[in-house]
Design a protein around this ligand. Sequence first.
Ligand code: FAQ
Length: 312
Amino acid sequence: MLTHEEQLAEFEARIARGEKIEPGDWMPAEYRRQLIRMISQHAHSEVVGMLPEGAWITRAPNLRRKMVLISKVQDEGGHGQYLYHAAESLGISREEMLDALLEGRAKYSSIFNYPTLNWADIGVIGWLVDGAAIKNQTMLAQASYGPYSRAMVRICAEETFHHKQGKEMVIQYAQGTPFQRQMVQDSINRWWWPTLMMFGPHDSDSPNSETLIKWGIKTKTNDELRQEFINEMVADLTAVNLTLPDPDLHFDEASGNWTTGPIDWDEFWRVVKGNGPCNKERLAARQEAHENGRWVREAMAAFAARSPQVIA
Ligand code: FAQ
C-alpha cells in the first residue's frame, strides 16, 4: 500500500514521462477539482456560445452562408457534449453541472456575453473568437488528462473549419463594397478587446495557472497565448487593411512582439460576475431551452424504465 506522498510522486512522474492520466487512475483531489472546474466551464461556453451566432441563422444573406452557420452552431453543441462527457468521467453528473449553469453559479467564457449586432459579427467570431479558442485548445490537446486531451483533438479539427469560414467572410467583406467594409470594421472594433480577454487575467492575477501548469493541464500561460494570438492577428488583419481599436498598439523591436494598450479588466470582471451586456439574456435562453426539453428527458427516462435492455 503506497502512502499519499508515494502516490503523488508516481502521479507526477507519469505526467513528466508524458503519460495520460485516465479516469480510473489515482489522482490528487485538487487535480480532479481543477479539471471539473475547467472542463465544465468549457462545456458551458460551447453551449452558451451557440446563442450569439444562432441569432443570425434566420438572417443569413444566402443559402450557402445559412448552411455553414447552421452547421457551425450544431458543431458547438456537439463540443459541449464531448466536454460534459469528459467532465462526467471525473465523477460529477451532467445534472450537477447543468444546475450550476442554470442557477447562475457556473462560469462560462466572458466573450459570449457580448451581442452580435451585424452580419459581419458572424465572420469576426469565426476568425477572432474561434481563432483565440483554437490557440488555447491546441495547447489543451496536450493536456495530461486523457479524456480532455482527446476531446480537444476532435474539437480543434472542427474549430479549424470554423476559423477558415470566418476568415473567408472577413476578407471578402474587407475587400467588398464601402458598406461591407464599414460593417466588418465596426465588428472588429467591438470584438477585439473582448477576444483578448478570453485568454483570462494576466498571469500575475491568475490563481489557477500555477497548479494547472505544474500538472500538465495547461502548458502555456494566459499571457503567452494572448501574445501569440496578438502577433498573428495584427499581421493578418492589417494585411487586409482593417484597423484595430487601440491607439497604443505598436511593434516592440526588443521583444519582437506587438504590444497593446491596457486591457480593461474592470469590464472583464463585470462580465464574468454576471453584469455584461447579455449575461441575463444568455441565462434566460438556456433556462427556457432546458424547460422546453423537459418532456424529452421525461420521455427518455420513462422509456429507459420500461425497456432497460434496449437502452443497455
Ligand atoms: N471568461 O486563474 P485563471 C469557444 C475565470 S470555447 C470567464 O486564469 P484558468 C468555442 C476563471 O475561470 C471558449 N471566466 O483561470 C466557441 C477563474 O475563475 P474560477 C472557452 C474566466 O482556468 C467559439 C478566474 O477567472 N474556452 O470559444 C475567463 O487558469 C465560437 C481566474 O482565472 C475554454 O473554456 C473568461 N474568459 O484560465 C464556441 C478553454 N478567464 O474558476 C462558440 C478551457 C478566466 O477560479 C463560438 N479553459 N476566467 O472561479 C481554459 O483554458 C482556462 O480555464 C482559461 C482561464 C484560459 C479560460
